[in-house]
Design a protein around this ligand. Structure first.
Ligand SMILES: Cc1cc2nc3c(=O)[nH]c(=O)nc-3n(C[C@H](O)[C@H](O)[C@H](O)COP(=O)(O)O)c2cc1C
Ligand code: SF4
Length: 436
């Protein structure tokens, strides 16, 4: 869907290179063996069909994973319970030895070769987010006394080797990117970056705090860490892509014009609106369904279930239900429909029914459309949540067949009097003190 929507590159999330990196019960991709090539090719072919490039993020789990699925010992830097305190059933990592490191390098190379067979155009070395390569770079975690521990040059050795070996294996066929974190409180991250600066073909930079990188909008605003990225960008001649919950074309243009990064990356904005790039391209920026930074998508990812999105209800249902974020199938039999209540669900129902060609009456008891969003978006830092209401009100305003009636509480007899063939009502909430 994202490729169809105009994104230049569509990337997998983390993709395991070997059964010793297993993140069950979370969903993840894998390139463990030849059989996995077929499954990954389904993605690359679908992406290529729309003229986009496909990227794959090769992943080595390290001491953070539990390997519930494969039951193999996780390979970490230390013999100790795994480090992710959010996991309810901690496992025990085994300290890797030199043979393990040699194996990891071979597995990474083999996975990169499989990635090319599967049709990927960009192969990643994934050196952040607390996984094995981050463990190596962390001076507290890395207590090794060999050539992989101690000095910074030693602690980044495995990252360097993986970039160089991936380039050697597949660099003539595809680009090699590295995801890496710089900035915030980590001054050494720039020294590490500078030592690797010219090795990959593309840098994908984030900051070394996941809570900031993908913070909720209440606390972290759009383009919050562009200064951190720009500082690294000055240390390399290679192109830099970075995220920052970019939803505004003006902000994107400003960041690019200032030269702080070369490409705009997006996870959540592309979930909320897979067609964001096409809308910019076609001068339809006002139609962008902007991410509100609620992190409901990530909450569901963390439950190990398909993603869902507050702004884009088609997310995760494209294949199962055939839902499309932009194309609404016209109804073969347009009818008269009453939607009672203009909260987020009522607004969305009225919008989609209207786009399908039904005659829609949207009745709302209060003066304002938006329901609960009107309360939520007035809380400190929560203004962006108002986008749920504003985007839908804007879209409905373009539909001549949707009539909106605020300040119209309905009794049962009013509903009958309207003579509609369908009534859509949300849960009936008993009248009580309103939160203002
Ligand atoms: C549902 C979800 C899953 C993610 N999974 C990964 C992942 O597997 N690997 C990774 O490097 N980043 C992952 N991220 C982080 C994003 O790549 C991105 O860095 C982060 O969301 C901030 O970018 P944004 O503001 O454009 O969302 C994930 C983000 C989301 C929302
Ligand atoms: S659920 Fe949707 S709107 Fe909320 S943060 Fe995720 S992508 Fe953005």
């Amino acid at each position: 869907m994202k490729a169809e929507g105009g994104w230049g590159v569509v990337n997998t999330a983390f993709s395991s290179i070997h059964p010793t990196s297993d993140n069950d019960s979370y969903p993840y991709a894998a390139l463990w063996d030849e059989d996995d090539i077929r499954a990954n090719r389904l993605m690359t072919e679908a992406v290529h069909e729309h003229g986009a490039l496909a990227g794959v993020e090769l992943w080595v789990g390290g001491g953070m994973v539990t390997n519930f699925g494969t039951r193999l010992a996780p390979l970490g830097l230390r013999n100790r319970p795994q480090t992710d305190y959010t996991v309810l059933h901690p496992g025990q990592a085994r300290q890797i030895d030199r043979e393990d490191i040699r194996n990891i390098r071979k597995w990474h190379r083999d996975a990169a070769l499989r990635a090319v067979d599967a049709g990927f155009d960009i192969v990643y070395v994934y050196a952040t987010h607390g996984y094995l390569l981050s463990e190596f770079m962390d001076p507290v975690n890395n207590t090794r006394s060999d050539e992989y521990g101690g000095s910074l040059a030693n602690r980044i050795r495995l990252v360097r080797e993986l970039i160089e070996e991936t380039k050697d294996a597949v660099g003539h066929k595809c680009a090699v990117a590295t995801r890496f974190s710089v900035g915030l409180e980590d001054a050494e991250s720039y020294d590490a970056f500078a030592m690797l600066a010219e090795l990959p073909d593309l840098w994908d930079l984030v900051v070394p705090d996941y809570g900031v990188e993908m913070g909720a909008s209440r606390f972290v605003k759009e383009a919050s860490f562009t200064d951190e990225i720009a500082r690294a960008k000055r240390l390399t001649t290679k192109p830099v892509v970075a995220v920052g919950r970019f939803t505004s074309p003006d902000t994107m243009a400003q960041v690019l014009r200032q030269g702080g990064q070369d490409l705009i990356g997006a996870a959540r904005p592309s979930i909320a609106d897979p067609f964001l790039p096409n809308k910019i391209d076609q001068g339809r920026s006002d139609e962008i369904r902007e991410c509100i930074g609620c992190n409901i998508c990530y909450a569901h990812d963390s439950l190990g279930v398909p993603l869902r999105c507050t702004q884009n209800p088609t997310m995760g249902e494209e294949w199962r239900q055939g839902w499309h974020p932009e194309k609404v199938v016209p109804s073969r039999k347009p009818e008269k429909v009453l939607v009672v209540g203009a909260g987020p669900a009522g607004l969305e129902a009225a919008r989609v029914l209207g786009e399908r060609g039904h005659s829609v009456i949207l009745a709302e008891a209060s003066r304002e459309l938006g329901g609960r969003i009107n309360c939520e978006s007035r809380l400190p830092g929560m203004r962006e949540w108002g986008r749920v209401r504003d985007w839908r009100v804007g879209q409905i305003g373009k539909l001549a067949n949707v009539e909106v009636y605020p300040e119209s509480p309905l009794e049962a007899h009013d509903v009958f009097d309207l003579g509609v063939s369908h009534v859509i009502a949300g849960p009936l909430v008993p009248a009580g003190p309103a939160i203002r």
